[in-house]
Design a protein around this ligand. Sequence first.
Ligand code: ADP
Length: 504
Amino acid sequence: MTDKKYVIAMDQGTTSSRAVLFDRSGSIVSMVQKEFRQIYPKPGWVEHDPMEIWSTQMGVTMEAMQRIDARADEIAAIGITNQRETTVVWDAVTGRPVYNAIVWQCRRTSGIIDKMKADGWEETVREKTGLLPDAYFSASKLGWILDNVPEAAELAKAGRLRFGTVDSWLLWNLTDGRVHATDRTNASRTMLFDIRKLCWDDDLLGYFRIPKSVLPEVRPSSGIYGYTDRFGGGIPVCGVAGDQQAALFGQCGFGPGDAKNTYGTGGFMLMNTGGDAVRSKNGLLTTVAASADETVNYALEGSVFVAGAAIQWLRDEMRMLRTSSQSEEYCRAVPDSNGVYVVPAFSGLGAPYWQQYARGTIVGLTRGVSKEHFVRATVESLAYQTNDLITAMKEDAGIEINSLRVDGGASANDFLMQFQSDISGISIQRPSCVETTALGAAYLAGLAVGYWADKDEIKRNWRREREFLPQADEKTREKLLKGWRRAVKCAEFWAKEENDGESE
Ligand code: ADP
């Protein structure tokens, strides 16, 4: 037990850096956020300036402390959570990055991955890392820097080069270069980490010609990584986890079967599978979940490419809404979608379909279809896609999901939450604190120093703001889901025809 007042979460996201101060009840006492530059050097390439990541993160943290006049000696711990997979490489002697951070969205290494698949590595990657070979993960990004930035190759030879995901980069700077480490959840997104043996994999390192000397040490997500003097006194940095894993932890998803779904721009579902690294038959990824101690928990992960983004599309391109939240009024103005289905496969379909050529599809139009029906069908698509992930997870893990904890911008939509509950036949639980990513990082850090005694204390902090229980009868539910499956088939058919056409 410590008498210090607050825990800081550094939440370093894809578009902004945020700092959140929490008190012992898990309530937010101060929060500051700052956006930073997105750099697009070529079509499909996405970079960030690592110095800007660092300076914005420092800036918001100082401001969040200053706003409530918090001193360093009142801070029990710092936790870091971050955009995953984004790759930073720097010189250990000067502390300078040798290249911009290559962001998870960047597709520049697609060719490297195509070659890897052609070389027959798909099964090995699945087995060792729980992932599917993709440019999204860090491995090919680091390989690209070593092959294309002469300074990086030279520094690597001299043993001076350091690689890290954003958590490592922040940690290294916070500790003035004393600590070069990452946590297991971030390591599990590099496509270089053996998630069962919990070590860097020599074969994969060999494939990308990555020397071991550049890699961070991998540690559990909760524990003292080091101390920072940056805020005017030694504060332990003692929690680290990738954003989605932090959110699962912040939702108290500690045990097998606990699941959370984030309805953000995209959608991310994670289900804790306990000590079993479950291999998916339905195109989900296997990843390491954050734990409060040395024990390893795994999770199945599924993502929806277009979730809240479909609502933005209604607002910005279709100009049917003034605000995202207005979508709810339209949904409630009609009793159903009048037989319309919208499949927002703007950039293909992810799990469990994996159809990269699928495109958005609207089916079931009749003369009576109004704007209200159209908006409702689009909002419903978020729930249908989420339901597909729930079904895939249940099948893969053989675990019943009885309730789903939710967060993210679109989880504020009560209509959507009720509809999710109806078609999935499960209870939907919305917490009062939806800043679950930051909260998860704070919990991991606070547990390491006894600010919170144990997971039970944290569980008592989780407060339900609202629960949604299934109200639809089985027949209606089946009918709706059947329609959705047929609509997805139409989107897939579109992809298939184009591919057949191309191969002719
Ligand atoms: P991210 O962290 O991915 O940027 P957020 O969690 O902030 O996203 O969620 C923003 C998304 O949620 C936007 O796509 C927005 O359209 C959607 N959204 C916000 N409020 C609502 C609402 N009431 N109903 C439906 N969608 C909403």
